[in-house]
Design a protein around this ligand. Structure first.
Ligand code: ADP
Ligand code: ADP
Length: 228
């Protein structure tokens, strides 16, 4: 599903963010990415959704080599990856419905399908009654559920979640985790960077620890392993 072969990333200012990562993630895995601030977690995630390009090495997502991708294949690969952020990143001037439908319009899905599928994912995240609301009218947890609905609306093979519970209280965070687990159970691979020790140590999954741009630890049913 995802493979990295000797991946390096040096930013233009000379910062060595990722230094020689080799990794395989199989379809349907749920992987936590942990590690200290500045270790390279976000850079690692950004390279998977092609927000950043590696300085060296190869990255494969769903069988496509991201470094040898023909331009016409880029939209296809993009729609196979849903991304969720700590700060939700919903469009404030669009309603909840429009925020989700927009992701389908972007890939030129048929209008009828857009309506059906948007309502379907709103149902899944249990926010059908908020379809006409604007993001600012929702709680943080509700906004994140909308962001998740948007991330899954095009049926991606992979969800990349960069600290999805970072701005949420513990109870709301458990609700978000239950939703991500359900999405994973339905067949979507999930890669989640997190500082949430309690979640990692309770809902046991594969844990990859990144330190100084390298994989310091890779455990099948791992623990958080840090004090913070
Ligand atoms: P983490 O997500 O683990 O906190 P990051 O991937 O954000 O780590 O950062 C890894 C290193 O790369 C840090 O030293 C950070 O300051 C640096 N870095 C991140 N983004 C950039 C950038 N756009 N330009 C230069 N350096 C960056
Ligand atoms: P609901 O959304 O059904 O009201 P939540 O999912 O928010 O409930 O969870 C309520 C409480 O149950 C949380 O505060 C948390 O302590 C606990 N909880 C929920 N899911 C888990 C889980 N997967 N592992 C451990 N505790 C959980």
């Amino acid at each position: 599903m995802i493979e990295m072969q000797d991946v390096w990333k040096t930013y233009p200012d000379g910062t060595h963010a990722i230094r020689g990562i080799n990794l395989k993630v199989n379809a349907n895995e749920f992987v936590y990415v942990v590690g200290p601030s500045g270790a390279g977690k976000s850079t690692f995630m950004k390279m998977i959704y092609r927000e950043e390009r590696p300085t060296k090495g190869q990255i494969f997502v769903n069988g496509f080599n991201l470094e040898k991708l023909k331009p016409r294949k880029i939209p296809y690969v993009r729609r196979n990856i849903g991304v969720i952020f700590q700060d939700f990143r919903l469009l404030p001037k669009l309603t909840v419905y429009e925020n989700i439908a927009f992701a389908m319009e972007a890939i030129e899905a048929p209008k009828k399908l857009i309506k059906k599928r948007t309502m379907e994912v709103l149902e899944l995240v249990k926010l059908k009654d908020k379809a006409a609301s604007f993001p600012t009218q929702l709680s943080g947890g509700e906004q994140q559920r909308i962001a998740i609905a948007r991330a899954i609306v095009n049926n991606p093979a992979v969800i990349i979640a960069d600290e999805p519970t970072g701005n949420l209280d513990p109870e709301t965070s458990w609700g978000i985790m239950n939703l991500l687990e359900e999405i994973n159970y339905r067949g979507t691979t999930i890669i989640m960077a997190t500082h949430n020790k309690e979640i990692v140590n309770t809902i046991r999954k594969r844990v990859i620890a990144i330190e100084h741009g390298q994989i310091a630890r890779d455990q099948a049913r791992g623990d958080y392993g840090y004090d913070d």
